[in-house]
Design a binder for this molecule. Structure first.
Ligand SMILES: C[S@@+](CC[C@H](N)C(=O)[O-])C[C@H]1O[C@@H](n2cnc3c(N)ncnc32)[C@H](O)[C@@H]1O
Length: 270
């Protein structure tokens, strides 16, 4: 049976931290085994030490497989709904009042796409009721598997637990999968065209600047203070003056020194 020693776990932890800023707590030891077991079997490796050598040599796409296996990607549409209401009621009206400018939003740890599609639906609804204006959304993640999933725009019912049914009807077409055992929902093309999915590691500066709103939700919980500071500073360098950063309700920026002011639940302003 595959097992991991304390030393091997420490080495895995170190590689993950250096590559992504994600800090694996001691309680994650078994999770590491569970998530990497299949990969070691595929590679015909019997011990973690052999796998660690492979990662250290950094050949092929192994680091990508490794990062994809160890990131946690839980998400759903309209998670923390009141932040989407705040976007609709306060932020979008303010940004729309600056004429001639496209509104630029970035979901910086977008996972399988539910968050950027929820942002797109919110913008679409806003401009339906307040015509005249453009928006674009960047959606990035370090994990290439979740990005491939997000690009398909195809979801199961479990992603919709917080979605108002009228929005599901308006923005998704419903299908049944081949075996007719579960419903699938496909995002409509007119919503997809405003979103650019791309791979990006938050430890590095983002190429796009002058972003109006950045969503950085449910990812800092995996970082220690050093990674958090690095990431928040990178984000600030991409933010427009007066721009917003949204974090989740279980996160805080209290322990990071920054020029941001907390103005609403999980909403910060530059
Ligand atoms: C729990 S999901 C959050 C999804 C969404 N923001 C939400 O709140 O529902 C966390 C995401 O952060 C991504 N992530 C972790 N470390 C990252 C890094 N260094 N750069 C970019 N994304 C990262 C993971 O791949 C994962 O998809």
């Amino acid at each position: 049976m595959l097992a991991i020693t304390d030393t091997e776990f420490e080495q895995i932890k170190k590689i993950m931290y250096a590559r992504t800023g994600v800090f694996l707590k001691p309680s994650k030891k078994q999770l590491v085994v569970t998530r990497l077991r299949k990969r070691l079997e595929q590679l015909d490796l019997e011990q973690f030490q052999e796998y660690i050598h492979l990662l250290e040599k950094n050949q092929g796409d192994e680091l990508e497989f490794f990062i994809n296996a160890l990131t946690t990607n839980e998400t759903y549409f309209f998670r923390h709904t009141k932040q989407f209401n705040y976007l609709y009621e306060k932020i979008l009206p303010e940004l729309k009042s600056k004429p001639g400018r496209e509104i630029r939003i970035w979901c910086a740890a977008c996972s399988t796409g539910e968050e950027p599609y929820s942002v797109a639906i919110t913008c679409q609804e806003f401009f339906r009721h307040n015509p005249g204006g453009r928006y674009s959304i960047y959606a990035s993640d370090v994990n290439s598997d979740v990005l491939s999933f997000a690009r398909t725009g195809q979801y199961l019912e479990r992603s919709f637990k917080e979605t108002p049914p009228n929005l599901t009807t308006r923005y998704f077409s419903q299908t049944e999968n081949v075996a007719k055992v579960r419903k699938e929902f496909v995002i409509k093309q007119n919503l997809k065209k405003n979103i650019r999915f791309m791979q990006h590691n938050l430890l590095k500066p983002f190429a796009e600047k002058k972003i109006d709103v950045i969503f950085l939700r449910n990812v800092m919980i995996y970082f220690d203070n050093d990674s958090k500071s690095k990431v928040v500073n990178n984000l600030i360098s991409s933010l427009s003056p007066g721009g917003y950063i949204m974090i989740s309700l279980s996160e805080s920026l209290n322990d990071v020194s920054s020029p941001l002011t907390n103005i609403f639940s999980g909403v910060y302003k530059l």
